[in-house]
Design a protein around this ligand. Structure first.
Ligand code: GTQ
Ligand code: FE2
Length: 257
């Protein structure tokens, strides 16, 4: 029962790391499960985390006093030391993808965690609050408060991501990429966690590339395969795979964008 645990989550523990609960060297990902009426206890921590919802309608994540509904394709940030809790107001089980840089924080001896109180009703009785100040791209409201180290916008609606992916010009290999940014700086949404949405072309593999980061990929729609470090993995909707640091990778979709 969720009353007995911090979070009800299936953590993707990569067996390469033995007893340590890690998905890559610096990231951890999971599927979080909430039954109808469940409230996951509010808390905050120095780790940076995100959720990506594909079938979480009826759930909400409350972040620093703002209610962030979880519609299909929404990205929700829970930046370092921002209070957050989750609630399932629907009549069915809800599952979403989440990821956090807990292994990085552990390696730095910098993982601090403060529990809150699930029974504190005021925590849950909130609306979108200041989130409405950040929902118009390219506009910043006078006097709106923004932290220096993370985006002041916590909810990135899937509807906007899909629209922009459709409008974006394909790169040389046909893939389209949208980066989630902090609207104040134009940089990554959090200083230690960067998020992108990629739409693959309906023909051909993407150009081989490698980067100086570890990545966790969630397949939001469709199917295909990726070659990661010389091995090819087939994937379909809701599969998760990683691209370890400095590993060559190429992606290919089957049957449509
Ligand atoms: O639900 O607050 O899987 O902060 C990892 C970090 C879940 C959460 C995770 C988190 C959470
Ligand atoms: Fe958390």
């Amino acid at each position: 029962p969720v009353e007995d645990v911090e979070r009800r989550a299936l953590i993707m523990a990569n067996p390469d790391f033995g007893d340590k609960t890690m998905t890559t060297n610096n990231l951890l990902s999971a599927f979080t499960v909430l039954e109808p009426g469940d409230r996951a206890v509010p808390h905050r921590h120095t780790a940076a985390a995100i959720r990506f919802s594909t079938r979480a309608e009826g759930a909400a994540t409350i972040v620093n006093g703002r209610r962030c509904d979880m519609l299909p394709g929404d990205l929700i940030l829970t930046p370092p030391m921002c209070w957050h809790g989750h609630i399932n107001d629907s009549d069915h089980r809800i599952i979403w993808f989440d990821a956090a840089n807990i292994p990085l924080m552990n390696a730095l001896d910098a993982h601090f965690f403060e529990p809150g109180n699930r029974e504190d009703n005021a925590f849950w009785q909130v609306d979108e609050g200041d989130e409405r100040l950040w929902d118009a791209a390219g506009l910043v409201s006078g006097g709106a408060e923004a932290a220096v180290s993370h985006s002041p916008k916590y909810r990135y609606p899937g509807e906007a991501t899909r629209r922009l992916l459709g409008a974006s010009a394909p790169g040389p290999d046909g893939s389209r990429t949208v980066r989630y940014v902090n609207p104040v700086t134009g940089g990554s949404v959090m200083t230690t966690l960067d998020c992108h949405a990629v739409r693959l072309p309906n023909e051909g593999a993407t150009r081989l590339k490698r980067g100086t980061w570890n990545a966790i990929c969630l397949v939001v729609e469709g199917e295909g395969r990726s070659t990661v470090g010389g091995e090819t993995f087939e994937w379909s909707r809701h599969d998760v795979f990683t691209i370890p640091h400095w590993t060559w990778v190429s992606h290919e979709a089957d049957g449509g964008d």
